[in-house]
Design a protein around this ligand. Structure first.
Ligand code: AMP
Length: 210
């Protein structure tokens, strides 16, 4: 089994790259943000507990996220390759992940300026049904407000607002940059210039896929 990790600030393109890889190679995309949003949408006990944390741009406790991730991976049989979008985000999460064994692991760091990510996030639209990602400026859906993939309505994420975006970037710098350094020390980190268009970044990334 193979695992691909995607790192980068909110808005750096992790979800979009994971969608591209899923479409082209049928790898399984596991986004812990999507898993959390599904819990919130279904109003589960966990969803109720995390709603305020997510809206504030803070991190959900490590164990809750790990439980969700494990549950999701257990649903899959004969999984060959999976992509993690948004996990791990803290050193304890990275340590827990290392317990979930794989034969091969690569980690991509999508590096882009803070100015660019803020710009992308304020114009991002997300599908309320399948989580597909669009952008009002350079990744428009075929029909305004409607997801190309599943036909559900597109919406702005409640945490894609300037105040929460700032907080998410701060949390990213404090908690997740050390995780990126952790994978750099492990020798499996590939840093990509993610300032280009989604197609350009995807082309760069594919050069490194084994
Ligand atoms: P994302 O869609 O990856 O931007 O995640 C949205 C929100 O979900 C984050 O701001 C956190 O509140 C929560 N979340 C997602 N993944 C994690 C994680 N690995 N650890 C803690 N919280 C997470």
């Amino acid at each position: 089994m193979k695992r691909i990790l995607l790192f980068g600030a909110p808005g750096s393109g992790k979800g979009t790259m994971a969608d591209f890889l899923q479409d082209e190679f049928h790898y399984l995309k596991v986004s812990t943000g999507d898993l959390i949003r599904d819990e919130i949408k279904s109003n589960s006990e966990l969803g109720q507990k995390v709603k305020r944390i997510v809206s504030a741009g803070e991190l959900v406790p490590d164990q809750w996220i790990l439980d969700l991730l494990q549950k999701r991976l257990e649903q899959e049989r004969e999984l060959e390759t999976y992509i993690l979008d948004g996990y791990p985000r803290t050193i304890p999460q990275a340590e827990s992940l290392s317990e979930i064994k794989v034969d091969d692991e690569s980690a991509f760091y999508l590096k882009v300026s803070e100015e660019a990510v803020v710009d992308r996030l304020v114009s991002r639209l997300t599908c309320s049904g399948c989580g597909a990602i669009y952008n009002k400026r350079n990744m428009r859906p075929k029909k305004d407000g409607v997801c190309d993939q599943c036909g559900s309505a597109l919406e702005r994420r409640t945490d894609d607002v300037p105040e929460t975006i700032r907080q998410r970037i701060e949390v990213y710098e404090k908690s997740t940059l050390p995780v990126i350094e952790y994978y750099e020390r492990k020798g499996i980190l590939i840093t990509l210039d993610a300032s280009g268009t989604p197609d350009e970044v995807y082309r760069l990334m594919k050069q490194y896929l084994k």
